[in-house]
Design a binder for this molecule. Structure first.
Ligand code: FES
Length: 122
């Protein structure tokens, strides 16, 4: 029998990916893929910093949320939001990792500066 190849987990927007066995959390998969997800509670569903968004068409790639996750996320679950430390992989999946707010601000500044510079050239 061929060994199971593991599941493919893709992290957007960077598109980094890894293959992992089922039963592993998305947080662990992210670490394996070299994707940084900030945490303060070390994966205990306490800090809510590890929120990610599961792409609709791959929603079956993680196990349904348990009681703790339901309590913590409430209606956000309807938008595909999950806690990476609690969501357990059970199939191929695509996940969007929200951009760090600080990084997003820096990126916007850089884009503005670049655009300003292009305007000067014209
Ligand atoms: S790591 Fe803190 S809630 Fe997931």
């Amino acid at each position: 029998m061929k060994p199971h190849r593991g599941y493919k987990v893709v992290f957007l927007p960077e598109g980094r990916q890894t293959e992992i066995a089922g039963g592993v959390s998305l947080l662990k998969a992210a670490r394996k893929a070299g994707v940084k997800i900030a945490t303060r509670c070390d994966g205990k569903a306490g800090c809510l910093m590890c929120k990610v968004k599961i792409e609709d068409e791959t929603a079956g790639g993680v196990k349904p949320p348990g009681d703790i996750e339901r309590r913590k996320l409430g209606s956000q679950l309807n938008d595909g939001v999950r806690l990476a430390c609690q969501a357990i992989v059970q199939g191929d999946i695509r996940v969007t990792v929200p951009e760090d707010p600080l990084k997003a601000a820096v990126r916007r500044r850089l884009e503005e500066a670049r655009r300003g510079h292009e305007d000067e050239l014209w």
